[in-house]
Design a protein around this ligand. Structure first.
Ligand code: HEC
Ligand code: HEC
Length: 480
């Protein structure tokens, strides 16, 4: 049964991003400056300007997040229950209504137009994670498994589908998965393909009408997704743009609902989702990180605060009673971390998808315009968000602050557990990369930093400190 849960987790892929639609407000002015050469699909590096956001109700947002059908297609409920007769109590969430109260947190049920009860993956497939077994809503899911072909689960479910209405519901979902399956398989467990998934969905949809086409209408993205770690939601309260490259400009509530693109087949469906998008945004921006659960040496952390103020705050901001956050994108040559993701975003090869965003019903209120660098993120709750950097290439903060400790080949220790000394994951360091493992089940667990996109170089700011200062900063980071 666990096995099948994980199988469905893969399918999560199906859920990703969505663009909701609604009134064309005058957000254009707030969409941020174009790059120096006036390219509307690029943003300059440096400070990211704030844009006005629609107000929303955070409590209503949580209810919508865990109950509303913003992903409108999936497998019939009856087929799901044949695959997984019971829900693990550890997967239940408070605040879920009706059928959802008995479903695992990553699935949401609704009754479709033909009267078929359908279950679909929701945002929490990727945006809820566990630390030492505890489920944390808003933490990126660093264990999600997108390494297998999602069509396998579709076929499994198909065996349990009965009658014309269920078959039609299943078929609609199966067609979407068929369209995106080639673009969402990662080579490492925990790596997340959401960005590529979004481009693949756009390739299959007419931006003007949202109508789905089984054959792509524009060139689909490259098949292999660039590896990404999912950022925690609680940073969004401070960030002026969404995503590592700050590509998400304008109305964040609409950009975040790109996850509905899997099944929203008309502008009316998008408008229905948009009606509660600002509430979900309000929930996300009000979310606070969990407190560090282990002892902290307060005196050492206080020493660390001063080191941080001198060496780190110019990029990451300050914390405590008087806090600040500069919202700065650091150019690739200065940050030195793996450039693959930011380069792919800005080298022109994805511009057709940025044009799709512009041509979509929300084009006036959102703009896809990445900068050629990475945002220096807020560090709130940083103790919890391992593995580190945008590609998850570094297992813990001790290694992030001292590049000599970063393993070239590694995997999370099994069973996975939290390491309060290194602040992050207990790790098993390996002598060789994926190629050394014949068994594919073993190979997908290996983080091989010599593979494209997985590099663990750069961000050498901790190396410049002496050992005592590094130790102090590490202690301070636990308190954020
Ligand atoms: C298939 C996995 C997946 C699903 C499903 C998903 N996301 Fe995400 N989300 C990601 C990844 C990966 C990123 C980081 C991408 C990047 O920064 O380039 C992200 C980033 C975000 C961010 C920006 C965070 C930041 O700090 O910039 C927000 C907000 C967000 N998602 C909201 C949502 C909402 C709301 C939903 C459901 C409607 C959703 N996501 C569904 C994977 C997913
Ligand atoms: C010049 C700007 C700059 C300075 C100075 C700087 N950082 Fe960073 N930091 C960044 C950027 C940009 C990233 C994101 C890099 C990436 O994800 O590829 C980052 C990432 C991080 C992360 C990982 C975040 C994540 O998403 O996993 C931590 C932790 C961190 N920095 C801590 C520090 C500490 C501690 C210092 C001081 C010793 C420091 N930084 C100094 C720019 C800076």
């Amino acid at each position: 049964m666990k096995q099948r849960f994980r199988g469905w987790g893969r399918l999560a892929a199906g859920a990703a991003f969505v663009l909701a639609v609604g009134g064309a407000a005058a957000w254009l002015a707030g969409l941020g400056p174009f790059s120096a050469d006036g390219d509307r699909f690029r943003s300059p590096v440096g400070a990211v300007p704030a844009t006005p956001q629609r107000p929303g109700d955070a409590d209503a947002g949580y209810r919508a997040l865990v109950n509303a059908p913003y992903v409108g297609c999936g497998m019939p409920y009856s087929a799901w229950r044949r695959l997984a007769p019971e829900t693990d109590p550890a997967d239940l969430l408070p605040g879920r209504e009706g059928r959802n109260a008995e479903l695992p947190y990553f699935l949401t049920a609704h009754v479709n137009a033909d009267g078929v009860e359908v279950v679909a993956t929701n945002c929490l497939t990727c945006h809820a994670g566990r630390i030492d077994g505890e489920l944390v809503v808003g933490l990126g899911n660093a264990q999600a498994d997108f390494t297998a072909d999602p069509r396998r689960l579709v076929t499994q479910a198909g065996a349990y589908v009965r009658g014309p209405s269920e078959t039609a519901a299943w078929q609609r979902w199966a067609d979407r998965i068929e369209g995106i399956a080639p673009y969402i398989q990662t080579e490492t467990l925990g790596s997340n393909p959401a960005t590529n998934l979004t481009w693949a969905l756009m390739a299959h949809r007419d931006p003007a009408t949202m109508a789905w086409s089984d054959t792509p209408l524009i060139d689909p993205p490259p098949e292999r997704p660039v590896p990404l770690r999912v950022p925690p939601w609680w940073w969004m309260g401070k960030k002026n743009a969404m995503f590592y490259t700050t590509i998400g400009r304008g109305d964040h509530s609409r950009f975040m609902l790109l996850a509905s693109l899997l099944c929203a087949d008309s502008t009316e469906e998008l408008a229905a989702i948009d009606a509660y998008a600002a509430d979900i945004h309000a929930f996300i921006t009000n979310l606070r990180p969990p407190a560090y659960p282990h002892p902290v040496d307060a005196a050492l952390a206080e020493t660390g605060r001063a080191v941080f103020a001198e060496h780190c705050a110019s990029c990451h901001g300050s914390y405590g009673a008087v806090s600040s956050y500069p919202n700065k994108v650091i150019p690739l040559d200065e940050i030195g971390t793996d450039p693959t993701y930011a380069m792919a975003a800005t080298d022109g090869g994805l511009d057709r998808f940025y044009a799709w965003v512009e041509d979509s019903p929300h084009g006036g209120t959102v703009r896809a315009a990445p900068a050629r660098g990475y945002i220096a993120p807020p560090l709130d709750g940083i103790w919890a968000v391992a593995p580190y950097l945008h590609n998850g290439s570094v297992p813990n903060l001790a290694a992030l602050l001292d590049s000599r400790l970063r393993p070239r080949y590694w995997r999370p220790a099994a069973p996975q557990s939290y390491d309060p000394d290194a602040v992050g994951w207990h790790v098993e360091v390996l002598d060789a990369g994926k190629d050394a493992f014949d068994d594919p089940v073993e190979a997908v667990r290996v983080i091989d930093t010599t593979r494209p996109g997985y590099g663990n170089d750069g961000h050498l700011f901790g190396d410049r400190l002496d050992a005592a200062a590094r130790r102090a900063v590490l202690e301070y980071l636990k308190t954020l």
